[in-house]
Design a binder for this molecule. Structure first.
Ligand SMILES: *Cc1c(COP(=O)(O)O)cnc(C)c1O
Length: 386
């Protein structure tokens, strides 16, 4: 019988969901509030308030009762119409997903940078904006499929210059890397509960700019379930949400954002940055090739890499899970079977990554890799990023 069968769960290094701190699990079951009572409304209000530094905003944070994809589609339907034309930055599977959402919802969009190693070139972006007379941009801050980061801070400048609606999927970056909603000129941002927010999946959080709020007010969205006018009305009226609020999830996220506040949001970002640097150094020392090869900005949330020749990525992922109960992610889409994805997001500290890298080395040895284990750990401890 394996340890898993005895009830010992895998420790997660997957880029969503992530490990849930005990504090968060306990908070989520501590009380059984009705979602219409003031005590609960206060907890929700405080949760949204504590989330502002995560997004770098002074604006209202909106709760949305769905996972990240639902909230992203909701935002798109609430602030864009078939009269718009979006540049969809598709340099990862989640970038392409936003394009699919727009296509499905009859919002014209142009797919750009469809290669998974394509860094956004700002001059080219400006050319495309003019060429297509674009009115919007959709982009992923940190694409979880390939570990590529898009420079929202630069894209925001162009969006402002051309008065475009800038919609950012920040699901796997929020709470891991700095985000400056107000300063960067973003119009809509989305994150979900199961990544940097260290909670179970099922809730999302969004911020809308004044421009996005105006668009939202002017559009009769065909989306009944995710309707920011109604979310806003309920929040303003009594700090509640439309329909049945997922109370246990709000309690979980409330505890998680308190933990972020206690550690200090800047320290949380610094911790992720440090773990990412060390993890990259470790993998390179073990003969992995970081993916994508030419990446302008690498993720602080996860590391994607191809194993050295002779080691099968899928076998490595499966072996780590079965033998050591450490679960990392496999490659997605075109990278399936070719890369591994190791998350260092959310509830993840030095001791956790030390364990993950040590187990990775043990698993490589089990699978016949000839180099003696230790190179990865040494590089991780030295923390030198190439
Ligand atoms: C995880 C993730 C999503 C998906 O959200 P769900 O909560 O699974 O619906 C969207 N975008 C990015 C970048 C993600 O990492």
């Amino acid at each position: 019988m394996t340890a898993q069968e005895y009830g010992r769960p895998n420790k997660l290094f997957t880029p969503g969901p992530v490990n849930i701190p005990n504090r968060v699990s306990l908070a989520s079951i501590q009380a059984c509030y009705h979602h219409r009572v003031d005590e609960f409304a206060q907890i929700l209000t405080e949760t949204l308030e504590l989330m502002k530094p995560v997004f770098g905003t002074q604006r209202q944070v909106y709760p949305v009762h769905t996972t990240g994809r639902g909230a992203m589609e909701g935002v798109i339907n609430n602030i864009l119409t078939p009269e718009d034309k979006a540049i969809a930055i598709c340099n990862g599977s989640f970038g392409a997903m936003a394009a699919k959402m727009m296509e499905r919802n009859h919002i014209p969009c142009v797919r750009c940078w469809e290669g998974w190693s394509d860094n956004v070139d700002l001059e080219e972006l400006e050319r495309l904006i003019r060429l297509h007379k674009a009115t919007a941009i959709t982009v992923v801050h940190n694409d979880t499929s390939n570990g590529l980061v898009n420079p929202i801070w630069e894209i925001g400048k162009l969006a402002r210059r051309y008065d475009l609606m800038l919609i950012v999927d920040c699901v796997s970056a929020a709470g891991c890397a700095p985000f400056q909603f107000d300063e960067w000129g973003v119009d809509a941002v989305v994150t979900a509960s199961q990544k940097g927010l260290m909670s179970p999946a099922g809730m999302s959080f969004c911020v809308l700019s004044e421009k996005a709020e105006r668009a939202c007010a002017a559009i009769e969205s065909h989306d009944f379930y995710i309707d920011f006018k109604s979310i806003r009305k309920n929040l303003e009226k009594n700090g509640q949400t439309p329909g049945s609020t997922p109370v246990s999830l709000v309690l979980a996220v409330h505890e998680a954002v308190k933990m972020i506040q206690e550690e200090g949001v800047e320290q949380v970002f610094a911790r992720h940055h440090d773990l990412a640097r060390r993890t990259r150094a470790a993998l390179e020392a073990m003969g992995f090739q970081l993916f994508p090869k030419n990446c302008a900005f690498r993720s602080d949330s996860l590391t994607v890499a191809a194993p050295p020749d002779g080691l099968d990525a899928s076998a490595l992922v499966a072996h780590m899970r079965k033998r050591y109960h450490i679960q990392i992610g496999g490659g997605l889409g075109e990278q399936a079977g070719k890369t591994i994805r190791i998350a260092h997001m959310g509830y993840c500290y030095m001791e956790d990554m030390l364990q993950c890298i040590a187990v990775l080395e043990a698993a490589m040895a089990d699978l016949g890799w000839k180099e003696a284990p230790g190179a990865g750990l040494s590089a991780f401890l030295a923390g030198e990023d190439s």
